[in-house]
Design a protein around this ligand. Structure first.
Ligand SMILES: C[S@@+](CC[C@H](N)C(=O)[O-])C[C@H]1O[C@@H](n2cnc3c(N)ncnc32)[C@H](O)[C@@H]1O
Length: 281
């Protein structure tokens, strides 16, 4: 995620006021992760996202890729941990539904490759997917995502069942049936290339029909890798705007980084891709 967030275009509007009790609770909620994950201390710029304050989950924080050490050889390709802006996620699902998927949403399994603390999985579960699955390489993040899923379920917010696996995205065995794969710029081009090669070869072997796998790519820094991978066609490419509340929240979070490593815009460059069969795309 070195050039993940480009320049910040200051969104105007009211800064959301946050109840200080809730802010303290959110701060306490991350205390268990403080020793393990740099970037999760208030002194390191930790700022809770309003999503967590509203729903009592733990998805806030910006953890640089170099701090996400799981021991796997793909660690060095990890961009960073940062939760997707809820408004961008929801806009992408709406856009995807307009692309005439092969079936109704309830036949699709949603898979977040690089699920982090599970914000996208929680949001996906509000749609009636067959299942919402998170795949996360870092054990601590996967553990937090599971706890978040339990809280989300307990609040009755989930329409779809949720599951979080701690494993490398490249090693994930894709489920049978239509799938929507979600990528929020989780890793560098070498891992994305490997993942797509393995995916395309599996789909070809299983003679999976066109349209049965769609990819939603947010902050599509390595778009060129998808362009060069035979078998996928692009259905959408463009900027997806954050809501004003998300833009303000992300700006505030990014402005609090001690070393100013990352920047943000008030939109994300995104694309949507569809499996079209091995000889097309
Ligand atoms: C930008 S965060 C996205 C979080 C989540 N998808 C969301 O939208 O809220 C990227 C995540 O990908 C994870 N990651 C990086 N490389 C991975 C790999 N090879 N397999 C699985 N997860 C990976 C990182 O640990 C990080 O949590």
């Amino acid at each position: 995620m070195d050039r993940w967030f480009k320049s910040w275009c200051v969104g105007c509007g009211k800064v959301q006021t946050v109840n200080s009790d809730r802010q303290q609770k959110a701060s306490k909620a991350v205390s268990g992760t403080r020793r393990l994950l740099p970037g999760m201390k208030v002194g390191e710029g930790f700022t809770p996202h309003p999503f967590d304050l509203e729903f009592g989950v733990r998805t806030s924080g910006l953890i640089a890729g170099r701090h996400l050490k799981s021991g796997h050889r793909h660690d060095r390709q990890s961009t960073a941990y940062y939760g997707v802006a809820p408004s961008v996620f929801q806009s992408m699902v709406v856009r995807w539904r307009r692309t005439k998927p092969v079936g109704p949403i309830d036949v699709f399994t949603f898979v977040d490759l690089g699920a982090g603390m599970g914000r996208a999985v929680l949001l996906a579960s509000e749609f009636p997917f067959r299942e919402a699955v998170g795949v996360e390489l870092h054990q601590t993040l996967a553990g937090i995502a599971r706890k978040n899923a339990a809280r989300w379920r307990a609040q009755g917010r989930a329409k779809a069942p949720m599951r979080v696996l701690c494993k490398d995205a490249v090693e994930f065995g894709f489920p049978r049936g239509p799938c929507v794969l979600f990528l929020f710029n989780p890793f560098g081009a070498p891992v994305l290339r490997l993942l797509l090669k393995k995916l395309a070869s599996g789909l070809t072997k299983r003679a999976v029909k066109a349209g049965e796998v769609d990819i939603l790519y947010v902050n599509n820094e390595h778009e060129g890798v998808l362009e060069r991978q035979p078998g996928f066609i692009r259905l959408f490419q463009g900027e997806v705007r954050r809501s004003r509340a998300d833009a303000i929240a992300d700006h505030k979070i990014l402005a609090n980084q001690p070393d100013g490593e990352y920047a943000t815009t008030n939109w994300e460059d995104c694309s949507i891709w569809r499996w079209s069969g091995p000889n097309k795309g």
